[in-house]
Design a protein around this ligand. Sequence first.
Ligand SMILES: [Zn+2]
Length: 367
Amino acid sequence: MAGAQKNIEKGIQGEAYVRDVIEKASELLGKLIRVYNHVILDFPSVYGKRTVEIDHIIVTDDRIIIGETKAANYVQTDYSEETWTLLNGVTTDNPIEQNHFHKQIFCSCFDIPREQVVTVEFLLEYSERSVRSHYPNDYVLGKDNLLEGICLLLSEGKEKLDFDELCKQLEKIEAKSAWRDAEHKENLEEIREIEEKTRTRDNHYRFKRTDTVKCPLCDGFLVFRYKPWVKKKLGNKKNTWNIALGCSNYSKTGCDKFIEPKKDGGQGFDDVEEIHIEDRMGWTMEERHVGTILDEYINLREENETLKNNLQAERSKNQAKDNQILDLKETNKRLEINVAKAINRAEEAEQECKRFKRFFGQVYIKK
Ligand SMILES: [Zn+2]
């Protein structure tokens, strides 16, 4: 499809553009940072041995920034929606959720506290977006504040952390990742296919990509099997139920634990107990927000906006008072004129009256 190809090219250009901006920010700040692009990481999942691809990993003295670049236009960009829809109608991951998922994999792969990792979504087709999302250490930058935002995120923190060992590993992984594009793409397609097959009746995916399931018979894990032999084993002629959970140790120890779906699709795996990544990693507490200079900047900008609005309101009030005073002055002037006229008239009336008095007086006297 020409449209899809165009989107891929736009994506590649977008990533290159962000790489340039990161380099520019590092030059502007005169700060040496380490950047790894296009890094493919492996992770265990109930969906099998799977991969994630992280667009940018920036390592500074005190934090790690995981960046996801999007050069696409969407029908809507509601931060809290699970999925976003591209203009061509294709449903795709909400990049905020996608990046959160990448962060979970990254932190679990290298055993790094979540508070040391910031995620940023670069929405290159958008501007004037809200910079903070619902995740505690996550930011959304658009074309209008990309360089500024990166500069502020790269600015000096208080503590220095040692990421040398991590960087050595990332260097090796980055080099290998270049050859794993096709594998990653296939992985993604397979996960999506399984997700669709295991949807629950209310249309949610039954398992998170970061979930694992322990085998009840051995120390292995249960993973989805859905290749043609499963279909044969399940005896399904229709294409709908050809999915089951099997033990990851099958080829090593022959453990043949096999869980078939009971009814339709995802509903059939209701009894399966998954282990969430939070539990595996011991992330029992809510992730703490760690303040950055970008936060301070956002706060100051908001305060500034409020002050500006207050000032404007104050000015409007003053203007209204000035107008009232002008009105009063007008009214006053009109009243003064009226009073003057009235006095005039009264004087005239008095004169008139005197004349009449005299006249009647004479008449009376004559009488
Ligand atoms: Zn087993």
